[in-house]
Design a protein around this ligand. Structure first.
Ligand code: FES
Length: 82
């Protein structure tokens, strides 16, 4: 994959296109649960444009980052709680 980056998702290393968002990188890697609701339900992207906040993940220790709005960066550490 040309122009790609390496990110870690819940400790798993994956490659992603350098021009994509965290949400797309996760979905391309088969990750559809981005977080778990307070009642224990799996949650994932709904709108894909920063409105619903369902795609929140922790990135490099910062909680509640909207994955659909965040470009991937090489070495990024993403935690879905999974
Ligand atoms: S998918 Fe709705 S805010 Fe990210």
């Amino acid at each position: 994959m040309a122009d790609s980056v390496t990110i870690r998702v819940d400790g798993r290393e994956i490659r992603a296109g350098s021009d994509t968002t965290v949400a797309v990188a996760l979905i391309n890697a088969g990750v559809w649960t981005f977080r778990t609701s307070v009642t224990g339900e799996p949650r994932g992207p709904v709108c894909g444009m920063g409105v619903c906040f369902e795609c929140r993940v922790a990135i490099d220790g910062v909680e509640h980052v909207r994955a659909c709005m965040e470009p991937v960066r090489d070495g990024m550490e993403i935690d879905t709680g999974g």
